[in-house]
Design a protein around this ligand. Structure first.
Ligand SMILES: Nc1nc2c(ncn2[C@@H]2O[C@H](COP(=O)(O)OP(=O)(O)OP(=O)(O)O)[C@@H](O)[C@H]2O)c(=O)[nH]1
Ligand SMILES: [Mg+2]
Length: 286
């Protein structure tokens, strides 16, 4: 039996979370077209005849902002690289390599673990043609370079095969039926945060965190969920609520729809928007 921890690392927005979900075959971690979507390392567990791989989705390295939250997100990537067995370094050929790639490559070299370079989004041939060679030239002593598409599931089997080759023999870390370490409450918080990211423009999503205050199970099987959308300023609060509460209603509706589909039951979701200017300074990813 093989078992081990594999970290998915890379710049923001390259598709690490999409890859994690595709590898596990279930939506475990949230995905949006905006950078810094993932805020805490989230585990997805792949079970197979050969053993078990614990994949760790990490926040993307992002140098576009130098605030407390960004610094912690970047630090969390460094921390997850400790005590692991292998790394999948995910790159996105639809964008040119930038300073973030250099920073990540430095971290990966220092981690001194087996690395696989996964060139993602290869389904977007038109957009990626121009940069593909630059990514193929990357040499950080990787075991192999694979062209993949997380959306089309291209070559993901090859990636898993290659990972099993390098993982150590060992006992399972998680029971057979467990596919994530994310708790129910945190899952709901993340799902609402995804809808916030998708609905809000510009810097607004980065001022937001979500907490679930209460989940009640109703007699008929339905759920009553109370959650708070936190932001850092009163004027952001007004924008998140929107004219006639249109924005928060839109966010709530999208979140409720997905919660109902996933839980297969009626959901009553109450969202309140509150201000805590200090939350990004207090933010902790562990
Ligand atoms: N066409 C295509 N789009 C992809 C693929 N993988 C990811 N995407 C898209 O890329 C965007 C970013 O995906 P995420 O999975 O959130 O990226 P991430 O690396 O986890 O981003 P952070 O959490 O911000 O670091 C989303 O719009 C995805 O739908 C792929 O293989 N093909
Ligand atoms: Mg992510």
């Amino acid at each position: 039996m093989k078992s081990g921890f594999v970290v998915l690392a890379g710049r923001s927005n390259v598709g690490k979370s999409t890859l994690l979900n595709a590898l596990i075959g279930s939506k475990i971690t949230i995905v949006t077209p905006k950078p810094q979507t993932t805020r805490v390392p989230i585990r997805g567990i792949l079970h197979d005849d050969r053993g078990q791989i614990v994949f760790v989705d990490t926040p993307g390295v992002f140098l576009g902002r130098n605030d407390a939250l960004s610094r912690r997100l970047n630090k969390s990537v460094r921390d997850t690289l400790e005590g692991i067995d292998a790394i999948v370094y995910v790159v996105d050929p639809t964008r040119q390599p930038g300073p973030e790639e250099e920073m990540i490559q430095k971290l990966l070299r220092a981690a001194d673990k087996p690395v696989f370079l996964a060139i993602n989004k290869t389904d977007l041939t038109k957009q990626s043609d121009r940069n593909l060679d630059a990514y193929k030239r990357i040499d950080i002593g990787q075991k192999a370079t694979l062209s993949i598409s997380s959306v089309k599931h291209t070559n993901l089997n090859k990636l898993v095969d290659a990972l099993f080759e390098v993982l150590p023999e060992g006992e399972k870390y998680y029971p057979e039926l467990q596919i994530t370490d994310l708790g129910h409450q945190q899952w709901i918080e993340e799902l609402i945060r995804e809808k916030v990211f998708l609905a809000l423009e510009k810097e607004l999503p980065y001022t937001v965190k979500v907490t679930v205050e209460d989940v009640k199970f109703r007699k008929n099987g339905g759920r009553f969920i109370e959650a708070t959308v936190w932001t850092t300023h009163d004027r952001y609060k007004r924008m998140i609520i929107g004219a006639g509460a249109s924005m928060i209603k839109k966010i709530g509706m999208a979140a409720r729809k997905e919660l109902e589909a996933a839980l297969d039951t009626a959901v009553h979701l109450e969202l309140e928007v509150k201000v805590d200017a200090k939350w990004p300074d207090k933010f902790n990813y562990v």
